[in-house]
Design a protein around this ligand. Structure first.
Ligand code: PGA
Length: 250
């Protein structure tokens, strides 16, 4: 099945308004002319920049996404943001279960699933992040860990339209280290098989690789079987570098 590649920038907790708007504009300017057959491009700014970045991206074909959402529709949850609010702010995607949230906020699979379900219910696609630690890989448990995270974190009723899976080995995030191409391909095949056990249209689900993707390694990673795009952290803060990654996907 033909899967359109998705190149997503996760800005994490970076950017004041001027930088964020400039970055969004530069990405949009560089992405124009990619055409419908090029990769889909997504940027995920911090909450404070969603409105301004969304305005800069309006009508450009570059999609807007959030980095998290609360599982509840609304209510007494000081400091949190609901999926409906994010959709209302123009988001088409919400990242859920990023390893930094699993680590910094103790988020487990059940909560990640609830967040993914909230995102989908609000009309967004959920980018569900999974990935093993270095210790788990060294112990030969990487596939078991990732399989269990997928089983535990995927929303009920997940489909190719509502869910994207991002495989991000924790030890590769922000470190400059990446798994070998063989290891990435093996894990993506494992993710695809795991999805096939649960979803009728597993073949259509996009599986992104994330962890130290940059312009210099993107083409090799994006050419691997079952790698349907990239979730890019640090390199997404530089429009030229991010756009080069997007071109490598095209
Ligand atoms: P990185 O982050 O590209 O800076 O390694 C990826 C991510 O955490 O999504």
């Amino acid at each position: 099945m033909e899967r359109r590649k998705l190149v997503a920038g996760n800005w994490k907790m970076n950017g004041l308004r001027a930088d964020g708007v400039a970055l969004a504009r530069a990405v949009a300017a560089g992405a124009s002319g990619g055409g419908p057959r090029g990769p889909e491009i997504l940027v995920c700014p911090p909450f404070t920049l969603l409105a301004a970045a969304g305005e800069a991206l309006a009508g450009t074909g570059v999609a807007l996404g959030a980095q998290d959402c609360h599982p509840a529709a609304k209510g007494a949850h000081t400091g949190d943001v609901s999926a409906a609010m994010l959709r209302d702010a123009g988001c088409a995607y919400a990242i859920v279960g990023h390893s930094e949230r699993r680590r910094d906020h103790g988020e487990g699979d059940a909560l990640v699933r609830a967040k993914a379900e909230a995102a989908v219910a609000a009309g967004m696609a959920a980018v569900v992040c999974v990935g093993e630690t270095e210790e788990e890989r060294d112990a030969g448990r990487a596939e078991a860990v990732v399989g269990a995270q997928i089983e535990g974190s995927l929303p009920a009723g997940a489909s190719a339209a509502s869910v994207v899976v991002a495989y991000e080995p924790v030890w590769a995030i922000g470190t400059g280290r990446t798994p070998t191409p063989e290891d990435i391909a093996a894990m993506h095949a494992h993710v695809r098989r795991t999805l096939a056990g649960r979803l009728a249209d597993a073949d259509g689900v996009r599986i992104l690789y994330g962890g130290s993707v940059k312009a210099s390694n993107a083409a090799a990673i994006l050419a691997l079987p079952d790698v349907d795009g990239a979730l890019v952290g640090g390199a997404s803060l530089d429009a030229g570098e991010f756009l080069a990654i997007a071109r490598a996907a095209g």
